[in-house]
Design a protein around this ligand. Structure first.
Ligand code: HEM
Length: 145
């Protein structure tokens, strides 16, 4: 029981970190940015990446290891939708990550044009992540089975 509680806590902690870091990225990304800010964005994105790993680890543990039996989730289309949405967010995040990594080198004062799609992808990630907790509270109570 204690292990389940710890993993539930880690699941929530990771959700806060993932969502928080993504919001900071959304606020910071403008049409043009000095390299200094891009370097900061790289660090925030690294936090986002680590928190995503924690989220996946805790989520998969809740699914297959602790708590209710795995079938409770595997057979629920609402849970599967939640999982697909989270995976979609993970895939979308590849493009901003590559952009931040590629554009870090150089003087802090150098200015970089940020393609429009970077901000749009981050916004889509934020919106998709807002839907996920709703699916989570439904599937946790067996709605959809
Ligand atoms: C690999 C990704 C994920 C997996 C496999 C996963 C899996 C799970 C599982 C199995 C539970 C336990 C439900 C229960 O209490 O019976 C849960 C709870 C929850 N998840 Fe996730 N999750 C993932 C990502 C996310 C994300 C990205 C969010 C939010 C942005 C999220 C939000 C929640 C919430 C709010 C709960 C608590 C629901 C409740 O007790 O009412 N999860 N998750």
């Amino acid at each position: 029981m204690t292990l389940e509680l710890i993993i539930r806590y880690l699941h929530f902690l990771a959700i806060l970190l993932v969502f928080g870091s993504l919001l900071v990225e959304f606020v910071l990304v403008k049409e043009t940015l000095p390299k200094k800010v891009l370097k900061l964005l790289g660090k925030i994105d690294a936090l986002y990446g680590l928190a995503s790993l924690l989220l996946f680890g805790a989520g998969l543990s809740l699914w297959f290891w602790v708590g209710k039996p795995a079938e409770f989730y595997s057979q629920n289309p609402i849970f599967i939708s939640k999982f697909v949405l989270v995976c979609l967010v993970g895939i979308l995040s590849i493009w901003p990550t590559i952009f931040f990594l590629k554009n870090q080198k150089g003087n802090d004062e150098d200015v970089v044009n940020i393609p429009n799609y970077i901000r749009k992808i981050i916004l889509v990630e934020v919106v998709l992540l807002l839907v996920v907790p709703m699916l989570a509270v439904l599937m946790a109570r067996g709605v959809g089975l």
